[in-house]
Design a protein around this ligand. Structure first.
Ligand code: DAT
Ligand code: MG
Length: 138
């Protein structure tokens, strides 16, 4: 298996809670390398591209609104099987039930809002990673 890259986002909840450094450090500590890193405010257009697979779902608009609500830290991480490895490190989508030891499981919880506040995004396949890196690091 060769080295691959994945897109990681620290979502607005992670940035506003001051967890950017903690989250990036956990990914680096697992042995993955940062190859791109920037903080930005997303545009609606960018988010509609990024979340195209979820267009039309009931949570799509609240998700986009949440992601527009504050700065996001976007990173490209590299390493052997980093796509699968970061998804494993992030934990499952819902922070309340994400396994302890994962980023979502250790640092996230239900804030009475929605599951969208789950701290991080990670690409789910090689195809997604290539597409998403192109969107965030055009
Ligand atoms: P993941 O981020 O674990 O890859 P996903 O791609 O299925 O999850 O969904 C993208 C984001 O959308 C997710 O991080 C949080 C939000 N989301 C997913 N399912 C949801 C739901 N049923 N209700 C509200 N938000 C949801
Ligand atoms: Mg996803």
């Amino acid at each position: 298996m060769s080295t691959e890259q994945t897109l990681v986002l620290v979502k607005p909840d992670g940035v506003s809670r001051g967890l950017t450094g903690t989250i990036l450090a956990r990914i680096e500590a697992k042995g993955y390398s940062i190859v791109e890193l920037r903080q930005l405010r997303a545009t609606r257009e960018l988010l509609e591209q990024h979340y195209a697979e979820h267009a039309g779902k009931p949570f799509f608009e609240p998700l986009v609104e949440f992601m527009l609500g504050g700065p996001i830290v976007a990173a490209v991480f590299e390493g052997q099987r980093v796509i699968e490895g970061f998804r494993s490190l992030a934990g499952s989508t819902e922070p309340t039930t994400a396994a302890p030891g994962t980023i979502r499981g250790d640092l996230g919880r239900d804030w009475g809002v929605s599951v969208q506040q789950n701290l991080v995004h990670g690409s789910d396949s090689a195809e997604s990673a290539e597409r998403e890196i192109g969107i965030w690091f055009a």
